[in-house]
Design a binder for this molecule. Structure first.
Ligand SMILES: [Zn+2]
Length: 394
């Protein structure tokens, strides 16, 4: 593993710190990173005094560009094998997506070796980093039997030692309920094997997947194994998942396309982070969640890619930010906050998604003077540099 770095990022036009009462630090600004952690954010004018002429740390000259925290992609399914481009093409001709499409990826994933799965994650995590993502939540869920679910989680762990972004593993054995007795098997056999390899437990609560009662059972037993609950909720229809997420105090409720005002209020009151996935709606050409509903209810929202081979095959957080601005009507600052601090909160982390003392030195230098360029130049490469724990990694 790479040693934790010392770095001084200089001459930022402005910086999104997501900290306290002044989340935007107007430049020219500098960040001092020591041993991989942010020591201080200062005005460029005060930098010499701060360093007292003694620092020989390497410097990264932002040359008047904007700086934001590294993106935290809090919802991905990066561990899979196979491809469903034909299904996407068929959908363009008018056929509807149903949760059962997952079974094609399950077949390919069951047939893949551990090395194949690791290689797939490494390739995709590299693309995430190209888009400025420094932390990635990765769900299992294309095994649906114990050995493959375990192998997928082991692949996430192994890939985590090979890639620059930090990978955070979630057990999603409850991605479908494919046959009678499956939930009992998941609880009795799969969870004890898989829980030591994950930090969260997720369930796909929706039409064609798990019911509210089945999801509750899985998440409660997951909790007994020390796993933080999170939930795919209200994506394809309104089935009560958002209220369940609030009831269980889930870290996040994800998708929420069909959530109501009452759902938004319940999530906000319970401190559940709505994780919104506009690239999925884009790929499915379906309805979008109402992001403003959750902000108005007082929730902190997150944005994520939902990267998966069926319904959202993108690793690009800049694309997600651009969509969130154009479709949800968020300001660029709201969208980037959701893609950084919001993602961190969904992962229940306070050391990422911000640029402040003690936080990890994970930064992105935007190729422009303002982060609005992420939305203003959709589909273009708007990432000039990425910094992970004080080392320039892109
Ligand atoms: Zn998902």
């Amino acid at each position: 593993m790479r040693a934790l770095g010392d770095l001084i990022v200089r001459r930022a036009a402005k910086m999104l710190t997501n900290c306290g009462d002044a989340p935007v630090f107007e430049g020219p600004a500098a960040v001092i990173i020591r041993d991989g952690r942010v020591a201080k954010v200062v005005s460029e004018l005060d930098l010499r005094d701060e360093l007292a002429g003694s620092s020989d740390a390497p410097e990264l000259d932002a040359e008047g560009r904007a700086v934001i925290p590294g993106f935290v992609d809090a919802h991905t399914h990066l561990v899979f094998a196979g491809d469903r481009a034909d299904e996407f093409a068929a959908r363009l001709e008018g056929r509807r997506y149903e949760a059962g499409g997952i079974m094609r990826t399950v077949e390919a994933t069951r047939a893949a070796s551990l090395d194949d799965l690791v290689a797939g994650i490494v390739e995709r995590a590299g693309r995430c980093l190209d888009g400025g993502t420094t932390t990635i939540e990765v769900k299992s869920g294309y095994g649906l039997e114990t050995e493959t679910e375990r192998r997928c989680l082991e692949a996430i762990q192994r890939a985590g030692d090979l890639v620059e972004p930090e990978l955070v593993a979630t057990f999603l054995g409850a991605h479908l309920n494919p046959e009678p007795g499956y939930i009992d098997m998941l609880i009795e056999e799969m969870l004890p094997v898989c829980a030591p390899l994950a930090s969260s437990c997720d369930a796909f609560c929706d039409v064609g997947a798990l019911s509210v009662d089945e999801s509750r059972r899985v998440l409660l037993v997951g909790k007994e194994h020390g796993l933080t609950p999170r939930l795919h909720a209200e994506e394809l229809d309104h089935t009560g998942g958002a209220q369940l997420a609030a009831e269980l105090g889930c870290a996040s409720a994800d998708h929420l396309v069909h959530a109501s005002n009452e759902d938004a209020a319940a999530l906000a009151a319970a401190g559940v982070v709505p994780v919104l996935l506009p690239a999925t709606s884009f790929s499915l050409r379906s309805s979008y969640a109402d992001a403003r509903r959750f902000l108005d209810a007082g929730a902190e929202i997150a944005l994520a890619t939902d990267c998966n081979p069926g319904t959202s095959y993108t690793t690009s957080m800049p694309f997600v930010v651009a969509l969130a601005c154009s479709v949800y009507g968020l300001s660029a600052t709201e969208a980037v906050r959701a893609a950084t601090a919001g993602g961190a909160k969904a992962l229940r982390r306070d050391d990422i998604g911000i640029v402040g003392p003690g936080a990890r030195g994970d930064l992105v230098v935007i190729d422009g003077e303002d982060w609005v360029d992420l939305a203003y130049h959709p589909g273009m490469d708007t990432i000039a540099h990425a910094v992970k724990e004080g080392s320039i990694v892109r």
